[in-house]
Design a protein around this ligand. Sequence first.
Ligand code: CP
Length: 313
Amino acid sequence: MKNYVDISDIDSIETWVQEAISLKKAPLEFQNLGQGKTLCMLFFNSSLRTRLSTQKAAMNLGMNVMVMNIGSEGWQLEFEDGAVMDAGKAEHIKEAAAVVSQYCDVIAIRAFANLVDKSDDAQEKVLNGFKKYATVPIVNMESATAHPLQALADTITITEHRKVQRPKVVLSWAPHPKALPHAVANSFAKMMQRMDVDLSITHPKGYELDADVVNNVPIIYDQEEALQNADFVYTKNWSSYTNYGQVLSKDKNWTITAQKMKLTNDGKFMHCLPVRRNMVVSDDVLDSDQSIVIEQANNRTYAAQLVLKKLIS
Ligand code: CP
């Protein structure tokens, strides 16, 4: 594996999950592997879990870590070939990626969707720019369209908690005051299609995800119908993909409540976090034994550790 930018970079999900669970049992087993190697994490957007879990993962492998909030502290980057740089952008991705590559062995990047121009976001200019011009491996810490570290952690969590071989997994949209990207939902939906699970997606009309992500997964517009007998309820807000980046609904009838969780098969509640309490999910669900969001966040470390281990081995 040269880079980890999408879940398509995973050759065998089952093998990866078992390797990650082994790392979780003995996190320091490979603490000498990364000695003398450096991870550089570049953030164009905010983070809590990704930043700390990826740093922790690198430290467990004995790596050095450099972190830069490049979006607020770095030069504004130009991504267009042949651009006449006579406006605000001070540095071209060609130099930036080549220079950073000299300082480290792996570059990890977070660069969200702008949710203004669908085609611009689909091009993944930041991630693909670094991938093209860096001379070291690239890790996607959430890009415009994908969050593969999160999806790997989610898969580890579901594997650990499943009580049946083929659990029923429901990806449910929930209300949120702001327009959010599709990256988490995209990667989760794609990952679940590679797992032995019974996946369905529920959301209000107008919130259909990219058809290339959904493929043949059933979409159920009645949330309560979708939740019947679910083993896992993965909740996430996303803005409209069709009316790109628009908030079409903040209907709190879509909030996940304890009453709705009663429809499930004593199902587990999952969310990538951060989560808006009593908007996306009610306190009584998040604070209940059905919620596994903290363990899910813990698994971010072992997902990242596995990816880094593979890239530096
Ligand atoms: N789930 C997740 O990526 O969290 P952060 O945005 O805090 O990194």
